[in-house]
Design a protein around this ligand. Sequence first.
Ligand SMILES: Nc1ncnc2c1ncn2[C@@H]1O[C@H](COP(=O)(O)OP(=O)(O)O)[C@@H](O)[C@H]1O
Ligand SMILES: [Mg+2]
Length: 248
Amino acid sequence: MTSPPPERRNEAVLPVEALGITLRRNGRRLLDDVSVLFDGHDFCALMGPNGAGKSLFLRVLANLVTPDEGTVRWNDRLPDRRRAPKLGFAFQKPVTLRRSVRANIRYALAACRIRGAEGRQRTEAALALAGLADLARSPARVLSGGEQQRLAIARALAVEPELLLLDEPTANLDPASTAAIESLLRGAAYGGTKIVLVTHDIGQARRLAETVVFMHAGRITETTAADTFFDAPTSSAAEAFLAGRLVL
Ligand SMILES: Nc1ncnc2c1ncn2[C@@H]1O[C@H](COP(=O)(O)OP(=O)(O)O)[C@@H](O)[C@H]1O
Ligand SMILES: [Mg+2]
């Protein structure tokens, strides 16, 4: 295998690594010495009960929150704004801009200096991918929750991130909308996008994940191949969670 050209190596964010991340607020340790390496080889589900620290940890990985201790490294270097577009993010509550569906995607691309024919082509591809071509001219804010989330994910994918971080993207959605999002994510993963998906939906993790990272009370208690995780979790917290006995 030949190594990537220098400019591409420069842009890479993977592997994304957390080393001894601790985050304190009001005297509480919300994240407690968390270390993990996402090399992007597997579709990863980050699981755990409410309040475990999953959302905070995802924000730390994306360099949106600075930890009190520890470091995040993107491809062996500290995070920087220049590479931030290579790390896509979608939130539980989709963030859409007060403009049309199509303009939402074009805006995100323009922010990454992807304009002109390339911008137009990627916009139309993203609309088709998300099944939103017929709604392209509608104001984004009038879409249903599921449609807005499809837009938010398609917009993130249009930028062609190397890694996509998703924070419970289907938590507020009905089964049909959830299935549409899952199929969007499966397609993205198949197309080569690396994904870390925060979910407390056990069925969803079973359907999508190859690796499970389990968090409880601000710590990672295990990182396991998904098959093994669901059959025989190694931490008692994960076992209790899967049995429906773990609430924070
Ligand atoms: N900005 C903040 N200030 C203080 N506490 C916070 C803040 N954000 C989150 N928390 C607390 O940190 C804990 C972990 O939160 P979060 O990462 O949202 O959990 P999860 O996503 O696993 O449900 C919770 O107890 C939450 O109340
Ligand atoms: Mg959360």
